[in-house]
Design a protein around this ligand. Structure first.
Ligand SMILES: [Zn+2]
Length: 207
């Protein structure tokens, strides 16, 4: 899958020099095009052992290369941690990055496997959570998310792929030690069957 895309190889093929630099945080990445047209990407040494950050930042810097005039203009782009706003050219670069790291069909695949919350998606795609948030924002703007929504009854596994959540369905919030899980049931009787089954399982565990 594209999530395994080797961004370093991609940069090499494009003739971009990628190197680690002792940047002072919060500076994480840097894209620069020299007067002679040599594109350079600098990455902060601090994120070298953080695969998620490396992939996310490098993709973003590559995005600058692909979405700007690149070779023919001298350009500087700095990527800081906890940035407050995204400029237009950053937006374009970021868009390239997130759609390359997380293509629509793979996002859909993740959703159909029940991987839907940002932190799980970040693990699945090996990117920063903020990268996921931006990808989901784009998906929302493009109306992709609507198509991705799929409700499956946790008891009988009946599926609904409506744009609107069917009113007849029952939602239950299951609180565990680590998360809040939303469970969907096509009817109250399915919910009650589910609870009975869970209680039976719980009793077995206790014994
Ligand atoms: Zn059901």
């Amino acid at each position: 899958m594209l999530a395994n895309l080797n961004l370093f190889e991609l940069a090499q093929e494009e003739g971009i020099i990628v190197d680690w630099f002792p940047f002072r945080p919060p500076l994480l990445g840097y894209y620069w095009c020299t007067d002679s047209g040599q594109a350079v990407i600098g990455l902060c040494e601090e994120i070298q052992n953080d695969k998620k950050a490396t992939r996310s930042i490098l993709a973003e810097e590559l995005g600058h290369h692909y979405t700007s005039a690149g070779k023919f203009t001298t350009q500087h782009h700095y990527r800081y941690r906890n940035r407050l706003s995204v400029s237009r050219c950053e937006e374009k670069a970021l868009r390239w990055a997130v759609e390359t790291l997380i293509p629509h069909d793979e996002l859909q695949e993740a959703y159909s496997r029940g991987i839907t919350n940002p932190w799980d998606l970040a693990d699945y795609f090996d990117v920063l959570e903020e990268t996921i948030h931006f990808r989901l924002k784009i998906a929302q703007l493009k109306g992709e998310l609507k198509r991705l929504i799929k409700y499956i009854c946790d008891e009988c596994e009946k599926e609904v792929e409506d744009l609107d959540f069917p009113e007849s369905w029952v939602t239950m919030i299951d609180k565990t030690a680590y998360s809040l899980e939303e469970k969907h049931f096509c009817s109250w009787s399915c919910l009650s069957d589910y609870r009975q089954r869970e209680n039976a399982l719980l009793k077995k565990k206790v014994i």
